[in-house]
Ligand binder design. Structure first.
Ligand code: ADP
Length: 184
């Protein structure tokens, strides 16, 4: 069965890990804009060079860098039978762009999943992991940026009644279980 899932959740919510599991289970590509951007930075492509400073500061990269990338990725053959979006849309402009893109591609998102975890738990988790952009200052900034942009995105999807909120502050296996129930 086709699955098209949009995954929302703050940095450190476990969204990347859970999205990867769902992607394997349903055999659909896991499209993580953060992974794509980190790869571009590592390869020093022109996208990577433009994105790096924003990422190091915990700011969103400009929409102009992201929108074409998503359009190309979702138009790719392997995305014809489903996908899981992780890290996109990050603001209302991106959400509106995605709506239009899906109309053009004649596709529909099945479900928007929102993984919720309290901020103090997130800071603790992020400080414990070892990613390059994970120092305390950028972590706090990423959380601020997340909340600022996520509230309107969540509202946007609430109005369409496709949003499912999952408690991400549980054992990892339990989160996986809640998510598979939500998407089945
Ligand atoms: P996190 O969820 O921990 O912030 P991500 O891997 O999703 O990590 O993103 C890492 C960084 O990549 C973000 O801080 C931001 O700079 C950039 N980024 C990822 N996705 C987007 C997006 N859709 N729009 C703008 N910037 C993005």
């Amino acid at each position: 069965m086709t699955k098209r899932l949009i995954f929302l959740g703050p940095p450190g919510s476990g969204k990347g890990t859970q999205a990867q599991k769902l992607s394997e289970h349903h055999q659909i590509p896991h499209v993580s804009t953060g992974d794509i951007l980190r790869e571009a930075v590592a390869q020093q492509t022109s996208l990577g060079k433009e994105a790096k400073d924003y990422m190091d500061k915990g700011e969103l990269v400009p929409d102009t860098l992201i929108l074409n990338l998503i359009q190309d990725r979702l138009s790719h053959d392997d995305a014809a039978n489903g996908w899981i979006l992780d890290g996109f849309p990050r603001n209302v402009n991106q959400a509106a762009f995605l709506e239009e893109l899906l109309i053009k591609l004649n596709q529909n998102a099945d479900c928007v999943l929102n993984l919720e975890v309290p901020d103090d738990v997130l800071v603790e988790r992020l400080l414990a992991r070892q990613r390059k952009d994970d120092n305390e200052e950028t972590i706090r900034r990423r959380l601020e940026v997340y909340h600022h942009n996520a509230v309107p995105v969540i509202d946007f999807y609430h109005q369409k009644q496709t949003l499912k909120t999952i408690d991400g502050n549980q054992e990892m296996e339990q989160v996986t279980k809640s998510l598979s129930e939500a998407v089945s």
